[in-house]
Design a protein around this ligand. Structure first.
Ligand SMILES: [Zn+2]
Length: 156
């Protein structure tokens, strides 16, 4: 029964649900007041080992995306910020809003616009990635917001 602590810890990690693991990632990001999270920050504050994310999601970026966070790095990815909301949640918000921008009422069907999911209260100000705090916006309305986050994050 040597190394009990270590044994218990790996047991916890092995059987932790994806939801629990991702929730921990989201909590750390929220604690840091950001809508994305670097591997280094997570290793400093997080509960689970980095490898668990690689094993389950293939990459750190995919893992934090699954947690509803904005992927790290490039501006190209930042513009696709809507992907930080999980697919199921996205679909629910789109359906509730009838696939229309809640500000200008346009839709991808009637106009040549790209639809985004937007945090009503920005994530960086404590807004949650949850149904009630999300809305459908077209790209024009969404990117016209003053609140566009441009963070320079390290690439993992
Ligand atoms: Zn719009």
């Amino acid at each position: 029964m040597r190394e009990i602590t270590k044994g218990v810890k790996s047991y916890v990690h092995k059987f932790a649900s994806n939801e629990a693991v991702l929730a921990n990632v989201e909590n750390v990001a929220r604690m840091l007041g950001d809508d994305t999270l670097s591997r280094r920050e997570y290793e400093k504050h997080g509960h689970y080992s980095y490898m668990i994310f690689i094993k389950r999601w293939g990459s750190w970026n995919k893992a934090i995306e699954a947690a509803g966070l904005r992927p790290l790095s490039g501006r190209r990815i930042i513009r696709r910020r809507s992907k930080s909301v999980g697919a199921v949640l996205r679909a629910r918000v789109f359906m509730r809003d009838n696939f229309k921008c809640v500000w200008c009422n346009r839709s991808a069907q009637t106009h040549d616009v790209v639809m985004h999911i937007d945090h009503i209260l920005p994530f960086s100000r404590g807004g949650k990635t949850e149904f009630e705090n999300l809305q459908t916006l077209c790209a024009d309305c969404n990117l016209g917001k003053s609140d566009v986050v441009v963070a320079s994050q390290e690439i993992v």
